[in-house]
Design a protein around this ligand. Structure first.
Ligand code: SAM
Length: 264
């Protein structure tokens, strides 16, 4: 698919910068997972985990240092996977490995099942087909395992970002939008912004939840937060890796989480 190929090329432009950025950050602080995720995941000691859309593996390594028995990261970009392996070896994380794959095709090449299927922080918008995605999620789960996602809220993505940082709300995008947004900019949160064609789909909350239900999962919870996991302009870091607009505290959901298990 042209859009996926373009996204792969675009993300690959950032791999080296992300590796260098996250190597420095992980050296300063071994666990770079925000407090909302840590609280909701709870004790993961001894579990096996697959991390979908893991980029250059920084969060896989953070999770791996919380006592997982095994962690596997998956990413579309071959250079992300190259640098993720390098990062794991820099931090002597022998129980962590990485697979290059389009997440929508993962079950064609990978047949293991995990206690936890995890994905977070800038993920679902890169996927054109949530029904396929949810099917893969189910295929990666043990029958008594669980799925966890923490991502930016589709409602937040309706607004003009620059206006939000100036304290103004201006609806710029559609909520019910099957077509992708095309952009020529990518990155900017752990690297300079680079220029390459890329595509992003703003899936509605109902599409996300219904895809998981149709794949045979039961939703344990759906939570919403007025904090975001990157600095989107004029935000205050209220907790490590969690940012808030002073003007919109308690007003706009900026991120959400879902936990789901296999339906009995
Ligand atoms: C914003 S990053 C996610 C970063 C993540 N929070 C982490 O652990 O660092 C989005 C990632 O999704 C990956 N990606 C995009 N489309 C994908 C696909 N179809 N299959 C697998 N990975 C994909 C990109 O290569 C990129 O690394």
């Amino acid at each position: 698919m042209k859009e996926i190929n373009d996204n792969k090329k675009a993300w690959s432009l950032l791999s080296k910068d992300h590796y260098e950025h996250y190597k420095k950050k992980l050296t300063e602080n071994k666990v770079r997972i925000n407090e909302n995720i840590l609280r909701e995941l709870g004790d993961i000691k001894g579990k096996t985990l697959i991390h979908l859309q893991c980029n250059t593996g920084a969060d896989t390594i953070s999770l791996g240092s919380l006592g997982l028995s095994k962690a596997v990261g998956v990413d579309l970009s071959d250079t992300n996977v190259y640098y993720a392996n390098k990062l794991a070896s820099d931090f002597q994380m022998d129980h962590i490995s990485f697979i290059e794959s389009d997440v929508l095709k993962l079950s064609e090449i990978h047949h293991e099942k995990y206690d936890i299927v995890f994905t977070s922080e800038g993920v679902l918008g890169w996927l054109p087909d949530l029904k396929k995605w949810a099917k893969v999620v189910r295929e990666m789960m043990k029958d008594d395992g669980y799925f966890y996602v923490y991502d930016s809220h589709p409602f937040f993505h309706l607004f003009d970002e620059e206006d939000l940082s100036k304290g103004k709300t201006n609806l710029k995008y559609d909520y019910f939008n099957a077509l992708p947004d095309q952009s020529n900019d990518i990155g900017g949160y752990a690297s300079e912004v680079k220029h390459a064609n890329n595509y992003w789909w703003n899936h509605s909350i109902s599409d996300i939840i219904n895809a998981l239900i149709e794949a045979g999962l039961s939703i344990c919870y759906f939570n919403e937060f007025d904090t975001l996991f990157w600095q989107n302009g004029n935000m205050v870091e209220v907790k490590p890796y969690l940012f808030q607009y002073k003007d919109f505290r308690n007003q706009i959901p900026l991120s959400y989480s879902i936990k789901a298990v296999v339906k009995k």
